[in-house]
Design a protein around this ligand. Sequence first.
Ligand SMILES: CC(C)(COP(=O)(O)OP(=O)(O)OC[C@H]1O[C@@H](n2cnc3c(N)ncnc32)[C@H](O)[C@@H]1OP(=O)(O)O)[C@@H](O)C(=O)NCCC(=O)NCCS
Length: 454
Amino acid sequence: MSQTPESKEEKPAPAPTRDLSKVPVGQEQNEAEAGIRAKAIEAQLKKALNVPADDETEPSPTKTHAFWGTQPVPAKPSEQVKSFEEAHPLEDVEEKMKHIRKTPLPLPQEFEWFNLDETNDEQLTELYTLLRENYVSDSDAWFRFAYSKPMLKWAINAPGTVKEYKCGVRVAGTSTMVAFISAVPTVVAVGGGEIKAVIIDFLCVHKSLREKRLAPVLIKEITRRVNLRGTFQAVYTAGTVIPTPYTAAHYYHRSISVEKLLDVHFTGIPKMMNVPRLKKLYRVEDAVETPGWRKFRGGDAPVVREKLNEYLRSNFKVAQLFKTDEDVIHSFKPRPNIVYSFVAESPTKDIDAFGSFYCVTNECPKSDKHPSIEIGYIYYYFTNGRVPLVELIGNLIVEAKKVGMDVVNALDVMKNKEMFTELKFGKGDGTLNYYLFNFNIPALQPEENGIVLI
Ligand SMILES: CC(C)(COP(=O)(O)OP(=O)(O)OC[C@H]1O[C@@H](n2cnc3c(N)ncnc32)[C@H](O)[C@@H]1OP(=O)(O)O)[C@@H](O)C(=O)NCCC(=O)NCCS
């Protein structure tokens, strides 16, 4: 997953503790029984993972990261290479190939692996529910991500992905899903070169099964599946710091629906401000004025692919690339409430600029006024200069308002910092750490990073 809880300026009251016993996981009868079962599951998971039980572990340099300490990632910042000339995989592929396990990692007997079929509505609903109830929320529980079913279907089904990359865990013999992780193939430009990789997303473990080492089992299992298909690198993001981020990006927010965002405590009223002044400050035009501005169409894919890749390659040290027209169409063809993309055509019909944003609903469980807010995330873009970046992103804000977004979020990756002040983005308190699996690169500034994950 690519997200981090939303920021807000005022701290609301702490959230009431959620009653997990109401969550239908397995057949727990009472707390004592559930406790014993949880211990047994944890021991079995550790066995599956080859992690010693806590009381057997000697103090060691990997003590603080029992799992990540065994993985091909730099253990700490001092182990990151200093230049792209030195960038390298941390594990030898040929050696690795000899030892790839052919069968899935064992799970405790209560659980089983399954490949999520997103065309099956019942299974898609299971995923939606798992994420809605257990995925990322802010620490005060004012907001929680609620990726819609069509959004999830789109995100986990990028071209080239296979059913084994939609990796679920459910209670054996039932449809109750308790964990998930997904991978989609991509190509990443690194320094001057390219690596074949997957994007790992939507890692989620049910709240009642947390801290039982199930996440490492999921990560090892998806790694095995991806390795079996000949890919040995991955890109992923997390709000938490694990070994070792190559960059840390920060979220910025551009208010659109001022009163609604105040109502749900997404933003507060700064000193010397009041609601009418804030509304005036964040007023958004009704229409885009850039000549030649129009929605992206499938027929634009070849030109957009070429220009976008060129922009990403030449401006950023690490970037996602879009290798086929199918990738571009999948990622950017406008889909209501999922993704919106636009181009600016010159009078000679050249595409001078391209911009996109994707949409995520954030539920507001504590608000009695609004059930949710809609957030547009600045996604990929390029411009050749005829349309300045401020104008391009400004246009995306107008388009976001037109389709009902309440706020536009952007990370300080790519060239976004150049437009934050003029377009009135404010810094939030969310940080998103970026990681590469099995590839050691130097630490980067976020503006050197050209990757935006869903
Ligand atoms: C992230 C999540 C799956 C971790 O599960 P958990 O039950 O807390 O942790 P487990 O006991 O299973 O495993 C702990 C190991 O996973 C690692 N881990 C925790 N979060 C991780 C993440 N987002 N990505 C990769 N590894 C992670 C821990 O560092 C630890 O390994 P270590 O001992 O080497 O440090 C779980 O907290 C969750 O579902 N959170 C909500 C969704 C979410 O934040 N997903 C990640 C998207 S950014």
